[in-house]
Design a protein around this ligand. Structure first.
Ligand SMILES: Cc1cc2nc3c(=O)[nH]c(=O)nc-3n(C[C@H](O)[C@H](O)[C@H](O)COP(=O)(O)OP(=O)(O)OC[C@H]3O[C@@H](n4cnc5c(N)ncnc54)[C@H](O)[C@@H]3O)c2cc1C
Length: 516
């Protein structure tokens, strides 16, 4: 495809000064080589838009499949057909903002979350029934309400600087107690319920410490009140559909990038060299890097030559990137249906073991002390229980040995259900933290980044502009969920960041006559 585009003013002046008669530069989009690092949601979305405009695009992906953090897995192999299904290793919920939910709705992929029918269990009392159960449910909604002021757009700016989420929740909880808000509840049950809620928020964010999370995370994302939906097919199926307009020939799998050398003085007009771990050198005019913030934290010094700017490095270091791992217990049959047929999850209230640990890490306890909820995995054919861990335990402390993990899970379930006949499951665990091309789960606004005045914008800026085909163009661009100021940590953040960077390039070459 050849497109004649008008020259920008500076280039036009140059033509006039040089007494040339042409007033347009003949841009050959197919001669603009763009290397995209990463075939996750951001990389695929950027590629789509650039290919539509005829640019020469190649995606280099370290993994053996596309999707990045979008991964579904079939845990039902070898089981009876009625137990076939899948679990989501990565994202599971769709937030209601951005373009993605509309597309999913049109395609018929989206559905409401099923009604929650969690049952509460205490390590002292076993399954809570009657008044105890009502009290646990009431406490749950009371504590949920502590979060809502943080989502209020009117939440004072000064207080956002003063409090981390952890500090704010502590003060709101103490104020609530001082006003006798918990008078009608059993004190141990109330403490255990608060503990469950705090740990639930840690899991939702994937953070090791709520004292490291800025209130802005809730204020921007509306974490507690936003409507969530889920898919009725595996996320990987949807992703393949999303990626269907990017031909396979434009994607190179198992091609990990080891360095990106920009501002290179070469004889060719490709000033960027991308080096892959298997030693291939690929010349490019532009690189869009979409690796996660975790990858940037771990490897930016190794990846970029010359080094990234101090302001970007400060943002990389101070913006938060969570660590969450999911654990699955796979059973031959859903034994929990004997307790209650429509149970959707177990809330675990550790009344007995509430020695104050402000961070609620319980690091000196077995790993499973940090588990707060166990859910029946919705699409796994009802034979799988699922739970999540954050931070320290998520770095696989005690989870590496499958047999021990299965034994621990059984001990945990016996302790809470007070039943001896719980079978030992097959276990499985995700490994986001150990994956060198993910290095964790998703980003959040850390309290430190507020102090450091570092924001997602520092990560989204392109860097190093140069002259190409008579135009000033950005050489190195960054996309990915952690570059989106509003939708960070989500799939739509990733997708829309890919579009944004494609648009930036398309605009730089004046190829944007049709709106994206
Ligand atoms: C456990 C978990 C739960 C989540 N839950 C939700 C949820 O419910 N809802 C939601 O909206 N979001 C959720 N998220 C976040 C969501 O998954 C991400 O925001 C989104 O998938 C990120 O897409 P991305 O393209 O920015 O990055 P990625 O998906 O990380 O894509 C980057 C790609 O770059 C590749 N790469 C990295 N380094 C290199 C290299 N050196 N060379 C070549 N390739 C490289 C990686 O392999 C990867 O494929 C969750 C994430 C996790 C991990």
């Amino acid at each position: 495809m050849r497109i004649l585009t008008p020259l920008p003013v500076a280039a036009l002046l140059a033509c006039v000064i040089g007494h040339q008669l042409v007033a347009a530069v003949d841009i050959e989009p197919g001669h603009v080589k763009v290397v995209i690092v990463g075939a996750g949601a951001a990389g695929i979305s950027a590629a789509q838009k650039l290919l539509e405009k005829g640019l020469d695009v190649v995606i280099l992906e370290a993994a053996e499949q596309i999707g990045g953090r979008i991964q579904s897995s079939n845990l039902s192999e070898g089981l009876a057909p009625e137990y076939e299904g899948w679990v989501e290793v990565g994202p599971q919920y769709v937030y209601s903002f951005g373009e993605l939910p509309k597309w999913l709705e049109e395609k018929g992929y989206l559905q409401d979350l099923p009604p929650q029918n969690d049952i509460y269990f205490s390590d002292i009392r076993g399954q809570l029934k009657g008044e105890d159960e009502i009290a646990a449910k009431n406490l749950d909604s009371l504590f949920n309400r502590l979060v809502s002021p943080m989502e209020d757009k009117g939440f004072p700016k000064a207080d956002r600087k003063k409090f981390s989420v952890g500090a704010y929740l502590d003060s709101a909880y103490e104020a609530f107690k001082a006003e006798d808000g918990l008078k009608e509840f059993d004190a141990a049950l109330a403490e255990a319920s608060y503990d469950v809620n705090v740990r639930g928020h840690k899991v939702a964010l994937g953070v090791d410490s709520l004292y490291d999370v800025a209130i802005d995370t809730y204020n921007v994302l509306q974490m507690g009140s936003i409507e969530l939906k889920q898919l009725n097919v595996p996320f990987t199926t949807v992703f393949k559909d999303l990626a269907s307009s990017v031909p396979a020939k434009n994607i190179k799998l198992e091609k990990a990038v080891s360095s990106i050398v920009f501002n290179k003085k070469t004889k060719s007009d490709h000033p960027i060299q991308v080096v892959t771990e298997d030693g291939e050198k690929i010349a490019a005019h532009h690189v869009i890097f979409t690796g996660s913030l975790g990858v940037l934290k771990a490897d930016h010094e190794k990846l970029f030559k010359p080094a990234l700017s101090p302001s970007r490095v400060k943002a990389i270091n101070s913006i938060g990137f969570g660590k969450v791992e999911k654990i699955w217990a796979v059973y031959e049959k859903p034994w929990w249906k004997d307790i209650q047929a429509d149970i959707t999850g177990f809330g675990l209230l550790w009344e007995k073991d509430l020695k104050v640990d402000k961070e609620r890490r319980y690091a000196d306890k077995p790993w499973y002390r940090a588990v707060e909820t166990i859910n029946v995995a919705t699409f796994a054919g009802e034979h799988v229980l699922e739970m999540a861990l954050v931070g320290e335990p998520a770095e696989l402390k005690g989870l590496a040995d499958d047999e021990q993990l299965a034994k621990d899970l059984t001990a945990l379930l016996k302790k809470f259900t007070k039943r001896d006949d719980i079978p030992v499951p097959q276990s499985a665990v995700s490994s986001w933290w150990a994956n060198p091309y993910a290095r964790g789960s998703k980003s959040y606004i850390s309290y430190k980044s507020i102090e450091d005045n570092a924001s997602f914008r520092n990560l989204s800026k392109s860097t190093w502009e140069y002259q190409h085909q008579g135009l000033k163009v950005p050489g190195l661009l960054f996309a990915g969920e952690a570059t989106h100021s509003e939708y960070f940590s989500t799939i739509q953040g990733a997708i829309e960041s890919g579009w944004r960077e494609a648009k930036r390039l398309i605009k730089a070459y004046n190829l944007d006559e049709n709106k994206l």
